[in-house]
Design a protein around this ligand. Structure first.
Ligand SMILES: Nc1ncnc2c1ncn2[C@@H]1O[C@H](COP(=O)(O)OP(=O)(O)OP(=O)(O)O)[C@@H](O)[C@H]1O
Ligand SMILES: [Mg+2]
Length: 364
């Protein structure tokens, strides 16, 4: 066996997976193709079926129906130990009595690697996860972030077809979590390892993923790149779940590039900057991100577009300030502007509000 960091990662093809617990449908028709070397994240609220899907992929739980292939090999009838899948869970589950090197080597011993092969693979992995020099320590002598990287090295060690990570960062404090996110992403890229990552933290999903699978109630709401999910959510659920958003009850007006949303309760047309396939006259939510609401003192030169509003609150956050706005006839809206820009705006001020970008999703 040659000793290389690059894994033999496979593409993964999941088609029409279903899983029920009694009368409860936990996974309803889950279909997804993951490219070799891709980092895909399952994102969704607690109970939406992320871990269940991961358990089905790993072989720890059987599906009721549907197929899974790694490359062109069907694997869904194989037991977990025949699937060549690396697993990392929330609690790392390192063996406490073993050293870092022994933990990493665990899966290699089971797979019959020779002493020489093992030694060189452990060295490679220690370098990959930046733990050179710590091979002889036991888990209790490591920080949370270091333990987490050992767990990742152990999962990568035997060059799996697929690595599955279920909320591996949730035990880390906020600062370390931000660092390990980037570490983990770098390790995955260097190893070229096909990876499915699970989180309910949307920032984590946006930072780490090639693509995100947004899940809700056992179903896929949307599959897309982080930019696609953030800029053009497909559903109301997606518009509310990923990032802060203002949703205004509207009807779709205009056509083609002139598409606009007419906000209910106010004769306020909002030009849509992303044009969807929705039909004119349909009920939509007009979605406007806080950072796309420009706020200027009403005393300034009147801009060509926009509406008048009153500032009801101002929340300092360091680099940005949240500005709560009362627009006659419209639900409350929240803008987010840089601290330098928002400095001269105060609670009670009359302001001009302008929407720099707007996107519509269907309203049911
Ligand atoms: N063995 C089981 N028996 C019965 N119901 C189960 C079982 N495992 C999971 N469920 C249910 O299936 C649904 C999906 O569970 P799952 O663990 O996949 O959620 P999740 O998306 O991973 O949530 P979380 O973010 O809280 O980890 C939940 O409603 C859960 O209660
Ligand atoms: Mg879970």
């Amino acid at each position: 066996m040659t000793s290389q960091n690059r894994s033999r990662s496979q593409s993964v093809h999941i088609s029409h997976i279903r899983k029920s617990f009694g009368s409860f449908d936990a996974i309803r028709d889950f279909t997804l193709d993951v490219a070799a070397g891709e980092f895909v994240t399952f994102l969704g609220p607690s109970g939406c079926g992320k871990s269940t899907t991961l358990k089905i992929l790993s072989g720890l739980m059987p599906q009721d129906s549907g197929e899974i292939r790694f490359g062109d090999r069907r694997i869904d009838m194989l037991p977990a130990n025949k699937r060549n899948v690396g697993l990392v869970f929330q609690n790392y589950a390192l063996f406490p009595h073993m050293t870092v090197a022994e933990n990493i080597a665990f899966g290699l011993r089971m797979r019959g690697w020779s002493g020489v092969e093992k030694k060189s693979r452990i060295d490679e992995l220690l370098a990959l996860v930046r733990l050179e020099g710590l091979a002889g320590r036991r888990p209790e002598q490591l920080s949370g972030g270091q333990q987490q990287r050992v767990a990742v090295a152990r999962a990568l060690a035997f060059k799996p077809d697929l690595v599955l990570l279920d909320e591996p960062l949730s035990n880390l404090d906020a600062k370390l979590r931000e660092q390990v996110r980037i570490d983990l992403r770098d390790i995955q890229r260097k190893a070229g390892q096909t990876t499915v990552f699970v989180t309910h933290d949307q920032v984590e999903a946006l930072v780490m993923s090639d693509r995100i699978v947004l899940m809700n109630g056992g179903q896929i709401e949307q599959i897309g790149t982080p930019v696609e999910l953030y800029a053009t959510p497909a559903t109301e659920f997606g518009a509310r779940f990923v990032g802060a958003n203002n949703l205004l009850k509207s009807k779709l007006g205009g056509g083609g590039a002139e598409r606009h949303a007419v906000v209910e309760g106010a004769a306020l047309p909002v030009r849509l900057t992303t044009v969807s396939r929705l039909v004119k006259g349909s009920d939509v939510w007009c979605c406007i991100r806080p950072e796309h609401i420009a706020v200027r003192p009403a005393a300034d030169l009147k801009p060509a577009s926009g509406v008048l509003a009153t500032v009801t609150d101002k929340i300092y956050q360091g680099t940005t300030i949240l500005i709560d706005l009362d627009i006659p006839g419209v639900e409350k809206m929240r803008a987010e502007r840089s601290t330098s820009e928002a400095g001269r705006i105060n609670i009670g001020d009359a302001v001009h509000v302008d929407f720099e970008q707007a996107h519509a999703v269907p309203r049911n």
